[in-house]
Design a protein around this ligand. Sequence first.
Ligand code: NDP
Length: 241
Amino acid sequence: MSRVAVVTGGTRGIGAAISKALAAEGYKVAAVYAGNDAAAEAFRAETGVSIYKWDVGDAEACAQGLARVAADLGPVDILVNNAGITRDGMFHRMTFDQWREVMRTNLDSMFTMTRPLIEGMRERGFGRIINISSINGQKGQMGQANYSAAKAGVIGFTKALAQENAAKGITVNCICPGYIDTDMVAAVPEEALKKIIATIPTGRLGKAEEVGDLVAFLASDKAAFFTGAVHTVNGGQYIGN
Ligand code: NDP
């Protein structure tokens, strides 16, 4: 029986590449999205992956959505917490709404998505949880105090959850992508992006598939000894923890 994987933000950008990489390995994939129906429908038509629409910041919506996935596809074995947003601005001009929106989608979602699944994974003695953080959660980024704080929180969450669940066959890992060529990065002004690319030793943006392939490995049986780890995928732009 093939395993079931849930990928949040799984219909666009990095998440779409993750969904595709897992589907290619034979997993039954549920790709969750927030509101871009056109992109989600196009993704389903192209890949045949099942799509589900709910807000990962809404605890009740997550519990109900995950129950629906389990009823449709079976118990969830693999969770990829990938959905994320930016609301950039210098902190001295940042509003509390900008702060809260980013915390809700990028950090609250670690709780709302993982909490309904963790007990079942523990009972079944198997689980793979892969959280998508960011290079900017590792090193901090001017103009992203909210995003850097949330993404650093994802790293701490990963390390704690890994320790709690290692003896139950559940691995918990975190990936910190550098700048990956998606809509999120397309929103960065061209001049700013040129300056960013000049700081990447490989001289290019990353590809979403490069993150997708790492997720597929971390989800596999071969990765059973990898847990609590922070995996950087950044072309050498930042080498640290
Ligand atoms: P995109 O903006 O391209 O896609 C975001 C996806 O997340 C979409 O599918 C979107 O749904 C979904 N989403 C957003 N908010 C919610 C929500 N509240 N509930 C459910 N789904 C939601 O992002 P990327 O692919 O660029 O980024 C993916 C992850 O990787 C994020 O966590 C980001 O922070 C992280 N990251 C990205 C980097 C990059 O360079 N791109 C670098 C480092 C980290 P919809 O289509 O409906 O809007």
